[in-house]
Design a protein around this ligand. Structure first.
Ligand code: SAM
Length: 231
């Protein structure tokens, strides 16, 4: 059985997909999807030898070697054209690292129509990358598990130009459509408090980098607006 977080990621993978799960660790996700007969093929990619060994072991124990291939390498370097990967999954890392892996792996994304991404932090960074590279965000989920709030994003390649507003980049275009949502509220109330404290501390320490304060104040304004609209 998967964690809630990984189950939410799994639910966004299409029947018959050929996936690359980058940073797969124990390969729990591709193994689960193979056993559930959701996917036709998977690469479990890992850059660190320890987790790579765990993935290889798990794939063998669960007897899904015919479907899941364990590979050691950095980011999308583990993908070859022969794999005909159509879906890339990157879960459980920061948004900057996720965007970086996608940016460096662009040559491997030519056949990739679907992305499922679960940044632990820095979601706007991921949305920005998607917007810039013509991936439309088609689904977003927010969930709480073990005192953490996670967001999961599904995106699809499009030929159209996508324009997300500052607000959509921050909160998520799909999540904004589905308000009110108690977990969303909880996340942004906590975030609002954090930003307000950050400003307070800067004022107390008498460090007032104006651009940083402007940025925080703009963010606070947007959070208040969204939380107000919600209620
Ligand atoms: N994806 C799994 C999940 O969501 O439960 C595991 C998440 S784990 C916190 C992050 C994994 O990503 C680690 O095993 C780490 O070694 C791997 N990783 C980090 N950077 C990577 C990269 N550039 N390429 C491949 N794997 C990477």
């Amino acid at each position: 059985k998967l964690s809630n977080r990984l189950q939410t990621v799994a639910n966004l993978v299409k029947q018959g997909a050929r996936i690359a799960d980058i940073g797969s660790d124990h390969a729990y996700l591709p193994v689960y999807l193979a056993k559930q007969q959701v996917i036709d093929f998977a690469i479990a990619g890992e850059v660190v030898p320890g987790p790579h060994a765990n993935a290889t072991h798990e794939i063998k124990v669960q007897a899904v070697q015919d479907i899941v291939s364990s590979r050691l390498g950095n980011g999308l370097a583990v993908v070859t054209p022969d794999d005909r990967i159509d879906t890339v999954i990157i879960a459980g890392m920061g948004g900057t690292l996720i965007a970086d892996i996608l940016e460096k792996g662009q040559a491997k994304l030519l056949t990739v129509t679907n992305l499922v991404l679960q940044p632990n932090v820095g979601e706007p960074r991921v949305r920005q990358w998607l917007m810039k590279h013509h991936y439309e965000i088609t689904g977003e989920q927010i969930l709480k598990e073990d005192h953490h709030i996670y967001e999961v994003l599904a995106a699809q390649k499009t030929t159209q130009t996508i324009r997300y507003s500052e607000k959509e980049l921050l909160f998520g275009p799909q999540l904004l459509k589905e308000l009110p949502n108690p977990i969303f509220t909880e996340k942004w109330q906590a975030e609002l408090k954090r930003e307000q404290q950050a400003i307070q501390q800067m004022k107390q320490a008498q460090v007032l980098p104006q651009d940083r304060i402007d940025h925080l104040q703009q963010k606070i304004r947007l959070i208040k607006e969204v939380l107000n609209d919600e209620n």
